[in-house]
Design a protein around this ligand. Sequence first.
Ligand SMILES: [Fe+2]
Length: 95
Amino acid sequence: MDNWKVDFKATAVSAKLSGWAVLAFDQLYSQRLLNVLVDEHHYGAIWGGIPLISCDVFEHAYYHKDGPARAAYIDNFLKNLNWSRINDRFKKFVK
Ligand SMILES: [Fe+2]
């Protein structure tokens, strides 16, 4: 879990200026959970991937509160995940 968080945070921090960090289940190809960066709205998205967690890292998501401290915003995002709902989503959509 700690390794996953480090990887998810690195994924989110690496967005150029705007994008989404997504934990997705790659249903069509690898059958694995993957952290991916979807830069802007489309670069890097996984065809057929099932998003389980999406972190908005467009500047408008954090700049008004955290200024340029994107990493602090992502830490707070990770602390506030509702794992029960994420688990429900996994059970409902991942076959
Ligand atoms: Fe947004």
